[in-house]
Design a binder for this molecule. Structure first.
Ligand code: BG6
Length: 486
């Protein structure tokens, strides 16, 4: 892959959780792998008057915890931290932007990456001030963290402001799920092998299930989460992007626009929801007190920062249909939730059973051929086949052909590491284009509107469970069930 040229990375929201838990650990891993150019500079910005040493001390523990003992080497971390600086900046202060411009002026030819990891309300103002301070030139790129807006209208307003300063080719809308190695492996599996393509359609696939389940709760992000909820936090972006990768047509090349054109077509082919289908085919849930891994945990309404009158969902499940030639009639079941029984992200492709059974089924009656694509906690691709059970009867049992992609001794880059290096290289393939994000907002709009109009409390589920009963019922009605592998 193309070497990364020295760059300046400026992180707005440098004192936030994302910087300490994802961005800086990702850059450290890139440094350890020799991918980060030694001349790269990272400038973290925050409102607090911290000074560089205090800033570095403040991120150390979180970064160490995130990386874990296996990857954290204190000496090497300090070496890496040599390229990090801190500047106090108030996003509303022209003077502070002036100081930032002065600081960067010694290397005007470098790629400048502005990572906006702040509340999206600040994006427009930050972009304007970058432009006024002469920092929005042709060699500048801006990275926008999700959620980009709250609905189609607010997303459009933010995008219009950002685009009044930066060209689409300079804008990197991040969805870190696209940076996960397993997601790129899914692209490789689908488009680097000829054997799956003839099977990949309504004639062979009975249904597709995509699950992102988390054991964690709101983790000190109560204010953010309560204003966001599972639909906006996970479904409109991560789950829909996974659905696109499963369902898209082969792109002409891995060029950014070719890939994004195909993903956009999938979103545009999704059957629009009506108020009736929202009621029938979507489920909103909220966790109650329960146990996760044997530990008692509070219900959502008792989490810090959550008001007792909150009506925010922490779980969503839905049935989607893609109205195109390939997928007509195939249900796509999507679900995500916090405080569930497992920490798993997985795509399950369920194939039809053979049209005529000549063998009696022993173990695993009702099991069909299945392709599991697990993204987390470990990266595995498994193909479930039926084989003969040992013995003198012709009984069948399910067996799995598995490919453990993490156990091959290859180093896998983390999602943020990969994506940040892609920004530095100028590769937008794994970033979301404005029309894609808009189409996704448009598709979820009737869901948000119907839920608002109903004003019903989300369905309860116990923390540590697999979600509300209504989500189980959603599939049971279709004669199916969620494949629980966690
Ligand atoms: C983020 C959401 O985008 O993704 C979080 O805001 C969520 O709420 C996280 O926990 C999950 O990402 P991952 O990579 O840990 O599965």
């Amino acid at each position: 892959m193309e070497a990364v040229q020295p760059f300046d990375l400026v992180i707005f929201g440098g004192t936030g959780d994302l910087a300490a838990r994802k961005l800086l650990p990702g850059l450290y891993q890139s440094f350890m792998a020799g991918g980060l150019p030694p001349e790269a500079r990272i400038i973290a910005l925050g409102r607090k008057d911290l000074g560089r040493d205090n800033y570095l001390a403040s991120i150390l523990d979180k970064s160490r915890t995130k990386l874990g003992d296996e990857f954290f080497d204190e000496g090497r971390w300090h070496e890496f931290a040599g390229c990090i600086d801190y500047q106090q900046l108030d996003a509303g202060s022209d003077d502070d932007f002036g100081r930032l411009a002065e600081r960067l002026q010694d290397a005007p030819e470098r790629t400048r990456i502005f990572y906006l990891s702040t509340s999206p309300d600040l994006f427009a103002g930050i972009c304007q001030r970058l432009a006024q301070s002469g920092l929005a030139g042709a060699n500048s790129r801006v990275v926008l963290e999700k959620p980009l807006g709250h609905d189609l209208k607010s997303a459009d307003e933010i995008n219009a402001c950002v685009e009044s300063v930066f060209d689409e080719k300079q804008i990197y809308r991040i969805d870190h799920y696209l940076g996960k190695e397993a997601v790129q492996n899914l692209l490789a599996l689908r488009f680097g092998n000829a054997i799956f393509e003839p099977l990949w359609s309504h004639g062979n696939i009975r249904d597709v299930q995509i699950t992102i389940a988390e054991k964690i709760g709101v983790e000190g992000r109560g204010d953010f989460y309560d204003a966001t909820g599972a639909l906006r936090d996970m479904l409109q972006n991560h789950l829909m992007q996974l659905l696109c990768i499963v369902a898209m047509e082969p792109p002409i090349s891995m060029n950014a626009d070719n890939v994004r054109d195909e993903k956009l077509k999938v979103i545009r082919s999704l059957e629009p929801f009506t108020p009736e289908t929202v009621i029938a085919n979507t489920v909103r849930g909220r966790y109650q007190a329960g146990q996760v891994d044997g530990d008692k945990v509070p219900g959502y309404l008792d989490e810090p920062g959550i008001g007792s009158d909150s009506n925010t969902e922490t779980f969503v499940a839905l049935k989607a249909r893609i109205n195109n030639w390939r997928w007509s009639g195939v249900p796509f079941y999507l679900r995500t939730g916090k405080r569930m029984h497992g920490q798993v992200a997985e795509i399950v492709i369920n194939f039809f059973s053979p049209p005529h059974a000549i063998f009696p089924v022993g173990e695993g009656a009702g099991v069909t051929n299945r392709l599991y694509l697990r993204l987390q906690p470990n990266e595995v691709i498994e193909l479930q086949l039926m084989a003969k059970q040992a013995g003198d009867q012709n009984l069948l049992k399910p067996v799995k052909l598995d490919l453990d992609l993490t156990g091959r001794g290859e180093r896998h880059s983390g999602a943020y590491e990969r994506l940040l290096m892609d920004v530095a290289r100028g590769n937008q393939t794994l970033f979301v284009r404005r029309d894609e994000a808009n189409a996704a907002w448009q598709w979820v709009t009737p869901i948000m509107k119907t839920w608002d109009a109903l004003d019903k409390a989300p369905e309860p589920y116990a923390a540590g469970s697999s979600g509300p009963d209504a989500a189980i019922e959603l599939l049971r009605r279709d004669g199916r069930s969620w494949i629980e592998n966690a």
